[in-house]
Design a protein around this ligand. Structure first.
Ligand SMILES: [Zn+2]
Length: 176
């Protein structure tokens, strides 16, 4: 991991626009503002999504935007400031698949280190559909479908999603 990735690559204080400097803070080096004292904590971004099964087949969406455009993932996205991870999962599933879900439990929590935009903490929930709807791709997805363990697309984006699918289909020995 390079220093840029650990510290963030911002140059100027977002509060007062002074040039940020690297200083020891809370047992590691961080970008801090010598003028107003602002400290930039370079944390991963929380994301959440849903694991939805129909007859043993899992719901996946195809990405219509970069990064990894054209690859498939579980429906998921970044948590907005004013919502919980559960609310985010319900919203992202609705936006990307048109499906209505309720949270049934936690499938798993994953570290996303291969998203070029930022480091991610991904919470994937087991989800139940609250009504039967025809899935319709939307937002940053351009296709949606339900896939059996032996019919998963070969191009699953992001290690966290591949790991989640391997765990979901642990008894079927999927290789992703
Ligand atoms: Zn400042």
């Amino acid at each position: 991991m390079t220093d840029d990735i650990k510290l963030g690559n911002f140059q100027f204080c977002p509060l007062c626009s002074a040039k940020l400097v690297v200083r020891p803070e809370s047992l590691r080096e961080r970008l801090t503002c010598p003028n107003c004292g602002y400290i930039y904590y370079h944390n991963p971004v929380p994301a959440a999504g849903g694991v939805i099964l129909r007859d043993g087949r899992v719901c996946l969406v195809r990405r219509s935007i970069e990064p990894r455009k054209g690859d498939w993932t579980l429906p998921a996205g970044f948590v907005e400031y004013d919502e919980s991870a559960e609310q985010c999962a319900v919203r992202e599933v609705a936006e990307e698949t048109g499906l209505s879900i309720e949270i049934a439990g936690v499938h798993g929590v994953y570290a996303g280190f291969d998203d070029p935009r930022q480091r991610v903490v991904l919470v994937l929930y087991r989800a139940r559909e609250t009504e039967t709807r025809i899935p319709i791709a939307g937002d940053d997805a351009d296709d949606v479908g339900f896939f059996a363990a032996d019919q998963l697309p070969p191009n699953i984006a992001f290690r966290a999603h591949r790991q989640a699918l391997r765990e979901l289909f642990a008894h079927e020995r999927v290789t992703l």
